[in-house]
Design a protein around this ligand. Sequence first.
Ligand code: BG6
Length: 506
Amino acid sequence: MEPKVRIPDPCTIIIFGASGDLTRRKLIPALFRLDWEKLLPQPVNIIGISRAPETHDQFRDAMLESIKTYSKDEIKPEDWKGFSQGLFYLTLDADKPDSYPVLNDFLKKIEAERGTRGNRLFYLAVSPEHYPVIVKNLGQAHLSAPTSKDSWTRIIIEKPFGHDLDSARALNNILSEYCKEDQIYRIDHYLGKETVQNILVFRFANSIFEPIWNHQYIDHVQITASESLGIENRGSYYDKAGALRDMVQNHMLQLVCTTAMEPPSAFNDRSVRDEKAKVMQALRPIAPEDAWEYTVRGQYADGIIDGKTVAGYRKEKNIAPDSRTETFTALKLFIDNWRWAHVPFYLRTGKRLPMRMTEIAIQFKRTPHLVFARTPDDQVLPNVLVLGIQPNEGIEIKFEAKLPGPAIHLRQVDMDFQYEKSFAAAPIEEAYERLLLDALLGDATLFARVDWIELAWAFITPILRGWEMDKSPVPTYPAGTWGPLESDQFLSQDNRRWRESRLTKR
Ligand code: BG6
């Protein structure tokens, strides 16, 4: 029997930043697909807000174009008709307090006309410097409070949530002035990925892995999030962020938590987020003066990707020619608790690496004793369990096997689960569908809680300070390679190596 699907209450979704990239590429295509899957409530209103003067019809036309461009699905006229009737546009300057009475009037009018009972989801899809002022304006106009005791008002905040610990705290403070924590949904799209959710299922719906999921059996963990793309048109954002803020503070630390957390007592927002917060509390701090020992930075130079020559980072649009921003980072962290004592977690992420690939590799300890004599051709390799996040969605276990033949020779082979083969369908790639739906349903399990965000920044900020103090040149790497040489040395000094040489494109 198919699990029963919950449908959210009728509501209005208000998107600040309606003419931006996120709305066009992700939010509207995801909402359209949810509507097509009959997972959105009826009625639902979607109000786009931006400064550009536009009519409802112009907005609808632009959104249709976006869905055609960014969605893989065929758009049937009848589906679009139903969806587009709920789309509205409001020209407003969200930074100005006097825009909010206008928004309030419009909301009341639409809600009365379409019967959406005052449930509201605000989505902040604007650049982060506008978050505090929009939150304050919404609060002062009494729009952040629920409209009645039977209705809800929620707010989704996009990443980046702060720039360092102080700015993240300041944003949390302003949010808490106007909203309760259970109204706030801090999005991290990695948590909406099917393969990331499957890590919890793999760990906690099977009994055979738990006994070996600890320092007694695991030698180390490698988490890689590599991209072959450069920074595209996001130079002005990226040059102020860099790989540590852009990928590690959020997505990669969430992967660490998902891999390392204790079993929650239930799959709900409180238990899951409590367990993740405990992992963050156990992270061994890296002091600014130790940053060089635990981290590596790199910046891509000219190079070749998929046979094409690509320009180095400093030549990209909106990047200072002497920029010191890292486009690659690797770091080693320890979780100081019973389960993970002395097990290093090596993280690396970068732009303009050879391929797009995110995976978590759990490398087990070697056998305590070599039973089989080694010949020069034989290598007894340790077992590895690879959780493939993308694009090789699946799980692999690598183990030693006997090569056929009269003598005992060993080779490493794979046991392999692939989503596409096992379920005759690829996992849903679009994390935003799941996360939007969860926010509409009031389920915050896959969103970052206030304490998690602050713990993540408390871990990351001293590293940033350490890097600011270090005036030595940032190492470079040719685009299309696995980061600077320092990254390989970083592991070899621990007698380990990155897995890249064994990676293949499926
Ligand atoms: C975003 C980062 O959060 O995640 C981008 O800002 C990055 O720089 C992207 O490219 C990666 O997401 P995904 O889902 O393609 O791995």
